[in-house]
Design a protein around this ligand. Structure first.
Ligand SMILES: *Cc1c(COP(=O)(O)O)cnc(C)c1O
Length: 417
């Protein structure tokens, strides 16, 4: 019982060490990822993992839950204060489960959901046909305007009027602009729909006051805790008090069994970190960095979807510069140079989701490391040089070295070295 991991399982230690090196030495630009703090990770690997605690604080189905109640209550109270909401359920294991629970609570199978289509920036759980949401519910999908590549609220109002959804989902995984939650509320009210704000990507920005706040407008808000919010993997559901029972019952016993109290403890730590003043500075820097990165990529001749970004991410349209280069190939070339991005469809993409014509770039992780606007210029230039010289292995190797040098100036997890 008391041996160290290295004694019990050197293989896992070795693989983890390799990924630590990869995480330290690469420019990680996937906008849904982040580096959680040492404190968050310590909480996550604690003995709280050993306990079953089905139910909620004060009403558990297991004995011995006194301290589980303390942990979960702390997480709930901190989340309520951080986001200014009436009720929080911190038990969903992931963002998909959180959305599933909301649909389970508010809808009957066959009811209509109006959500953003996957190929225009929505999430799988917003009604994709390969996902439970597209199978169980009747989906009406919205996208962006073909000219502006932004969500057009008049178009949303028309679609809502036409389809009369019971629930409207506002949120995305690949949309570089702000959501105007007040306008969404008006549309939901006009057709008598619930409004769900899925803020998985932008929760940190909202907590940091650099994105409009959905709390005054949405009936329910879901978020992951591991993206811009910089907590452990996990999710939560926030809602008005009137929906609290429905939501709680949908999570447990509706969809899940025992909660993961160790990650709930880590969520509590992340909420504490997110309520510190320097978290606001961090979130503001994420946005400044995204703008600086976008600006330089545009100067270097790339076209960004909608012409830029207001948040932490951007979508680069490769077709504007290299007709034959797919998002998939570009992401692989960039990985050769130590730059990790993901391929992503652009609105009205002519290629399939497995190939795509775009890549998605985000600044949360490089901002966590401490990089600022000056470094964004270098990052944009590394991306540009790599794609320009994508057939030249030796040049990609040289860029790989420069990437490592830049990363070395902004170390993470020094305590692990
Ligand atoms: C990431 C994400 C989710 C789902 O999160 P998982 O934890 O991967 O299940 C849901 N909605 C949006 C908008 C997301 O970006």
């Amino acid at each position: 019982m008391n041996k160290l991991l290295g004694e019990v399982d050197p293989q896992i230690v070795e693989i983890t060490a390799k990924d630590l090196t990869r995480q330290q030495d690469s420019l990680m630009l996937i906008p849904s990822e982040n580096y959680a703090s040492r404190a968050v990770m310590e909480a996550q690997s604690s003995i709280l993992a050993n306990k079953y605690a089905e139910g909620y604080p004060g009403e558990r189905y297991y004995n011995g839950c006194q301290f589980m109640d303390d942990v979960e209550s702390l997480a709930i109270e901190r989340a309520k204060a951080l986001f200014g909401v009436e009720h929080v359920n911190v038990q969903p294991h992931a963002g998909s489960q959180a959305n599933m629970a909301v649909y389970h609570a508010m809808l009957e199978p066959g009811d209509t959901i109006l959500g953003m289509s996957l190929d225009q920036g929505g999430h799988l759980t917003h009604g994709a046909n390969v996902n439970f949401s597209g199978n169980l519910y009747n989906i009406a999908a919205y996208g962006v305007n073909a000219d502006t590549e932004r969500i057009d609220m008049e178009e949303i109002a028309r679609l809502a009027e036409q389809h009369r959804p019971k629930l409207i989902v506002v949120g995305a995984t690949a949309y570089p602009r702000h959501f105007d939650f007040a306008a969404w509320r008006q549309i939901a009210d006009a057709v008598g729909a619930y409004l769900l704000a899925d803020i998985a990507h932008i929760a940190g920005l909202i907590a940091g006051d650099v994105h409009p706040d959905p709390a005054p407008y949405a009936d329910v808000i879901t978020t992951t805790t591991h993206k811009t919010l910089r907590g452990p993997r996990g999710a939560m559901i926030m809602c008005r008090a009137e929906y609290a029972d429905k939501i709680d019952r949908a999570v447990f016993p509706g969809l899940q069994g025992g909660p993961f109290l160790h990650t709930i403890a880590a969520r509590a730590v992340a909420f504490k970190e997110a309520s510190e003043p320097d978290f606001k500075t961090y979130q503001a820097q994420i946005v400044k960095n995204a703008k600086a990165l976008a600006e330089r990529l545009i100067e270097n001749g790339f076209r960004l979807v909608s012409g830029g970004t207001d948040n932490h991410l951007m979508l680069m349209d490769l077709t504007s510069k290299y007709e034959k280069l797919s998002g998939r190939q570009a992401a692989d070339h960039l990985e050769d140079a130590g730059i990790i991005v993901n391929k992503n469809t652009i609105p009205f993409d002519k290629r399939k989701p497995r190939t795509t014509s775009g890549i998605r770039l985000g600044t949360p992780m490089i901002t966590t490391r401490g990089m600022k606007e000056d470094e964004m210029v270098s990052v944009a230039d590394f991306i540009t040089e790599t794609l320009e010289n994508r057939q030249k292995a030796s040049i990609k190797r040289q860029i790989r070295e420069k990437v490592k040098e830049l990363c070395a100036q902004f170390p993470i997890y020094e305590y692990l070295e």
